[in-house]
Design a protein around this ligand. Sequence first.
Ligand SMILES: Cc1cn([C@H]2C[C@H](O)[C@@H](COP(=O)(O)OP(=O)(O)OP(=O)(O)O)O2)c(=O)[nH]c1=O
Length: 212
Amino acid sequence: MQQFEAKSVFRMNKKIYLASRSPRRAEILAQLGVSFEVLPADIDESVQAFELPDAYVTRLAEEKALACLNYVKNNALPVLPILAADTTVALHDPKSDSWRILGKPEDAKDAVAMLKSMSGQSHYVHTAVAVLTAQGTFSRLSSTQVEFAELADEEINAYVASGEPMDKAGAYGIQGLASTFIKKIDGSYSGVMGLPIFETSQLLKQAGIYLL
Ligand SMILES: Cc1cn([C@H]2C[C@H](O)[C@@H](COP(=O)(O)OP(=O)(O)OP(=O)(O)O)O2)c(=O)[nH]c1=O
């Protein structure tokens, strides 16, 4: 398992488990100086009937934390606070006046279709963070509006060929080449990347883990 030791802490901090395989989440948490160990949190990520995107990510973040707790128990690991998160892209469909949930693309064709539907439009990136301790599971939501420029087919094809979209919700990474597609964001950059720093720090504080 990957271990991350805090470089500098101003108070005595507990170690936590990060219930996520996302390298972005590990990168952000390490930047914040949190000591953590990465554990798996495998769950069924299907969307339920009539489930709205914000409710969906919140449910998934909490389920990932619980799945990680089961892993801890089944493997007789020491019990520590667990942090989990889930990110999805929500695109409004004016025809049906409903939200389309765009998760990770299934293949290159799916990635092209997603990016075409987002071209010249605004969408929301919802990321929910959950922290599970002996006191219970607490979660917070970060929602950011992202405006994409009109994208030429050649740009979309070249971007998909770069491989960058494949493991990312909505088939793009704000931290990568897709930054050139983004005209404006209203919300949290770290939230779009998969771990909103403000909400995460608030939840960690609640669990007795201080970043400053
Ligand atoms: C929109 C966007 C998403 N993403 C990533 C963050 C998440 O890793 C991923 C969304 O998928 P998630 O299902 O939230 O997370 P994951 O499968 O990568 O990891 P795990 O379930 O183990 O926690 O998309 C970016 O890196 N940049 C972006 O701009």
